[in-house]
Design a binder for this molecule. Sequence first.
Ligand code: PLP
Ligand code: ZN
Length: 388
Amino acid sequence: MGYRCLSCGAARRPPSATCPDCGGYIEYAESDLKALRRAVEGDPFAALPPIHHRVSMGEGETPIVPIDPGVFDRPITGSVYAKLESLNPTLSFKDRGSALLLSAIVDESTEAEAVVVASTGNTATSVAAYAARIQCPCAVLVPESTSDRKLRHAAVHGGEVFAVDGSFSDCFRMAQQISDRRVINATAVYSANPYVASANRTVAFEIVDQLGVPDWVSVPVGAGPLLGGVFRGFLELSEAGIIERVPRMLAVQMEGCQPIVRALKANDPVEAWTEEILTGIGAIADPLIGYGEDGEHTREAVLRSGGDGVALTDEEVLDWAERLAREAGIYAEPASAAAIAGLEAIAIDSSEVGVALVTGHGLNESGDGKAAPKPIDTNSEAVYEVLL
Ligand SMILES: *Cc1c(COP(=O)(O)O)cnc(C)c1O
Ligand SMILES: [Zn+2]
């Protein structure tokens, strides 16, 4: 039991993110069968690292809801479920990792006293909120193009926000330079810290508890610690004999920045996306410049699961975000609607069950939706006219 190197298996100490011997990624793995059993029986946090003082705001244990097949354009004969990670305390799944990371800072075993985080928005908001909870100073580095609402949400919690003239990769490089033994890099990629992907394993534990093992789990992917962590969770359960198979992982990216999906299609190792970023869906637009191995780690998880990758256009994803809101009652940010669109794109068949991770809430994105109210006088007939 403990943090170990995923490549050579050696026990390793956080907050190191990579193995000093072989360079492999460090992640927590649970070897206590009882803890893993508890994790799929209502206590998903039972298989997280032991922590003296857990910093928590009720993250995780999110609902899973069916999506009516009628919402799909193409005939979908299998069953599709949405796991509403958008209902976490700061409205995205990033809270799972933030809770574990800030818990580690309170733990006496680290010397950390502050955090720095590179983010396309949601990690910034999440880390700033959890840092506020323990009065831990927090610096946030975001690309200039980041949604205004996400920035304000991070600033409300006291995060010191810096706008970087560059992509997410530039922000990440700066965060790596700034971090040292007093300042933990809270960026949500494997090579920044061992906490984030370790915490994302709980999504797998919850899905098994709520639904059993689905055939597909569809995940919007930047660098992919969500997809990788969820896959690890399923793999751990399968190696412990608690489940009989693992689901196929579907990596969903945008056509305008798809380093991982491109590599999956070409059957080549992942390389950084050095072309122009041609998508407005910022939450998953990660060119991986300087840390292509993070993307490769995600690709390996997809391959090992027997999964696939799909790249979508901005237009179809924005259309899906609107359709989910209007026809399924789910307000997802566009990057999250991409998870459902991805299941439609691969057209799962009648015997299959797909789970789409709705990673973040629409309220964190600005500028979408039509809110123009209709004029009304004292004549209530106008209301009947639009309703019936
Ligand atoms: C961070 C994020 C993702 C991408 O997850 P990674 O595992 O970091 O690649 C997807 N959707 C939303 C809404 C996010 O905030
Ligand atoms: Zn190693």
